[in-house]
Design a binder for this molecule. Structure first.
Ligand code: FPP
Length: 229
């Protein structure tokens, strides 16, 4: 076991289990998303105050999520819009900068406007950067980056491709997926190459800061060798 403790700078989270959380309580699935969004806020607050975390990336809407029933997709779009508007005050309070990764051009002009506005208003904050992966798919991100390099006749190397990806924050130290599902679901495949992965049975709306702290404790003591011995 390495004597050096790992430093956590970039945390990524697949927030899963909102629908099951709601169903268990006899609620409609959308209730789970509402509660889930509150947890997203609490975890962002924690990250803003954490001494080493600089970036937290949440998977909020995947390119595959369009396959959900129309009412749920519409609900998620509306929730995102109203949540971001309400959240501006919170971003200021936490000193959090808001960023996105994914094809936001696929969203309505109104939602795109809200996203651009919140990014602009929070661009100066430095306590933490919160990235929401929105209409995001990792294979598409990698393929488009490679295609841009090819079009410009530039060599495709690990470095050039890594720099060409839409997220400028390439390396993720630790990834958590909630709800007991053990897969990556096309989330940041390149950026997660050397991440420490954690899977918990807890459904996202039940996820707490206490559990996050327990997972961080494990991360800090894990032996990260990056392919070495
Ligand atoms: C997975 O739960 C979650 C999502 C598809 C989206 C995550 C969305 C939120 C946390 C709410 C919106 C977020 C913000 C920041 C506004 P699921 O629906 O797949 O749950 P299930 O697997 O139990 O059905």
């Amino acid at each position: 076991m390495s004597k050096n403790k790992n430093i956590l700078k970039h945390l990524a989270i697949i927030m899963d289990g909102n629908g099951r959380w709601a169903k268990e309580r006899g609620h409609v699935r959308t209730k789970g998303h509402e509660k889930g969004a509150e947890v997203t806020r609490e975890i962002t607050h924690y990250c803003a105050e954490h001494p080493t975390i600089e970036t937290v990336t949440f998977y909020a809407f995947s390119t595959e999520n369009w396959k959900r029933p129309k009412y749920e997709v519409n609900f998620l779009m509306k929730l995102l819009d109203s949540w971001l508007k309400n959240e501006l005050e919170t971003y200021h309070k936490f000193g959090a900068k808001f960023e996105t990764v994914g094809n936001i051009e696929g969203f309505s002009p109104k939602l795109q406007e809200t996203i651009a506005y919140i990014k602009k208003e929070t661009a100066h904050h430095t306590n933490v950067t919160q990235i929401l992966a929105l209409n995001y798919g990792s294979r598409e991100e990698i393929a488009k980056a490679a295609s841009r390099l090819a079009q410009r006749n530039e060599p495709i190397t690990e470095e050039s491709l890594g720099n060409e990806l839409n997220t400028p924050y390439n390396d993720i130290d630790m990834m958590i997926r909630t709800s007991g599902e053990v897969r990556l679901s096309n989330f940041l495949l390149w950026q997660l190459s050397y991440s420490e992965l954690f899977f918990t049975e807890t459904l996202w709306p039940d996820f707490t800061i206490e559990e996050l702290e327990e997972i961080i404790d494990q991360y800090v003591n894990r032996d990260r060798r990056f392919g070495g011995i």
